[in-house]
Design a protein around this ligand. Structure first.
Ligand SMILES: *Cc1c(COP(=O)(O)O)cnc(C)c1O
Length: 402
């Protein structure tokens, strides 16, 4: 998935014997790593101090709000994909900005969202015409998501908003056909979100396309939002180039720059602890069935797809390959093939890394799989339970509550 990541997702567990640290933990559980949140947060804080830009937490990647009081030391606010996330951001990080981008707003929700969000980003000229004036009259800032039509990722069209026929963002053609003088007068900012786990060279490329297409309108704006997908807290991320891009846009156009990463804010800041339920061989393949599921607990493993890091696997000299799969009926519910020193056995604990992002907020109970509890590993090594789940959580979504 990601190249050249030299800081291990398990760096904070070195010297701590995680198998004993997590010994009493019910499996499966997500464990959020407070020390890593602070590590990531300091990097993001420094970018804001160096440049004067604002970084927002994209809540769709991480919305464990018990950590918002910690995160608000490092971010300027939250970014939401719609009503519920906007409300969560307002409730749980009340002193910070709330920004919202939504593919389309609903009439019956709009008045309520107005009470939560400060910035509204619209996905079409139509939606802008329908809602921008109302938002402005309520004292809000309004923007349009643009599509710079500049793909910097190949082979991942599910995560590429610049793919042909994309529904996300207004192309320059639609912008110029649709935005009249009145609309342009209302417009406070533009927003683009085209990156996914990318470095700042791809941002620089994208910015060139944004400027070529929309630069002449940018002088009249108050802000430009660079979206998410900036892998800022990764070891090989070129922060100097990011800061150059931010300063360039701020000084050329006199605008404030926002970034709204999700992943980068919680990169490597969580684990998924699971146990082996069974092991067997099918032909030449060694198999272990775990009490977690890729499809239910780490859906990006199937969707993206990627191989999540696993503590103490694939080390040098480890040649015993085992396929790690789930209890569910889905043939493809396999986390991946990993190399171990030797066979696993029932009851063995496995610890997956980088499990804070797109996990706790993306789980489901397909096959009646239990939801993992959500725990917090404090800096001092103590472990606190933030949320725990049971049968009721599975049942109540499916029918009449008793
Ligand atoms: C997904 C998304 C983000 C966050 O993306 P990451 O890849 O997690 O950094 C930010 N803004 C918008 C509009 C998004 O759709």
């Amino acid at each position: 998935m990601r190249k050249n990541d030299t800081r291990s997702p398990f760096s904070n567990l070195i010297g701590k014997d995680p198998y004993s640290l997590f010994k009493g933990v019910k499996t499966p559980s997500f464990i959020i790593d407070e020390a890593q949140l602070i590590y990531d947060g300091k990097i993001l804080k420094k970018v804001q101090e160096d440049t004067g830009c604002s970084i927002l937490l994209a809540q769709k990647a991480f919305s464990n709000y018990d950590l918002y009081p910690l995160l608000e030391n490092f971010v300027a606010g939250t970014e939401a994909s719609g009503l519920y996330e906007a409300r969560l951001g307002k409730e749980e990080m009340p002193n910070k900005e709330v920004h919202v981008f939504c593919g389309a707003y609903r009439e019956e929700e709009f008045e309520e969202i107005l009470t939560y969000a400060d910035h509204f980003v619209f996905n079409s000229v139509n939606q802008f015409k329908k809602y921008a004036k109302r938002a402005k009259e309520a004292g809000k800032s309004v923007g349009l998501r643009v599509n710079p039509e500049c793909s910097t990722q190949v082979g991942h069209d599910i995560y590429n908003p610049c793919a042909p026929g994309s529904r996300l963002g207004v192309t320059v053609k639609a912008f110029e056909e649709g935005m009249g003088i009145e609309e342009l007068k209302l417009l406070d900012g533009i927003h683009f979100h085209t990156l996914c786990q990318q470095n700042s060279d791809d941002l620089a490329k994208t910015l060139k396309a944004v400027e070529a297409k929309f630069g002449k309108y940018m002088h009249n704006l108050k802000w430009v939002n660079f979206g998410g997908g900036h892998h800022i807290t990764r070891d090989d991320y070129d922060i100097a180039l990011l800061e150059e891009c931010i300063k360039h846009v701020q000084s050329t156009y006199g605008v404030h720059v926002y970034l709204e990463p999700g992943e980068a804010i919680v990169l490597n800041a969580g684990y998924l602890v699971t146990k082996v339920l069974d092991t067997f061989d099918n032909g030449d393949t060694h198999i272990a069935i775990l009490d977690t599921s890729a499809a239910c607990h780490m859906p990006d493993v199937v969707e993206m797809p990627y191989l999540p890091p696993l503590y103490q696997s694939d080390l040098e000299g480890y040649g015993y390959k085992i396929r790690l799969g789930s209890q569910t009926c889905l043939s493809g519910d396999v986390i991946g093939d990993y190399n171990f020193e030797g066979p696993l056995k029932e009851g063995d604990m496995l610890i997956f890394g980088d499990m804070a992002l797109y996990t706790t907020c993306k789980t489901n109970t397909f096959n009646g799989m239990p939801l993992p509890d959500i725990l917090l590993l404090h800096e001092d090594g103590s472990i606190e339970t933030l949320a725990s789940f049971g049968y009721e959580d599975f049942k109540h979504r499916l029918g009449k509550a008793e």
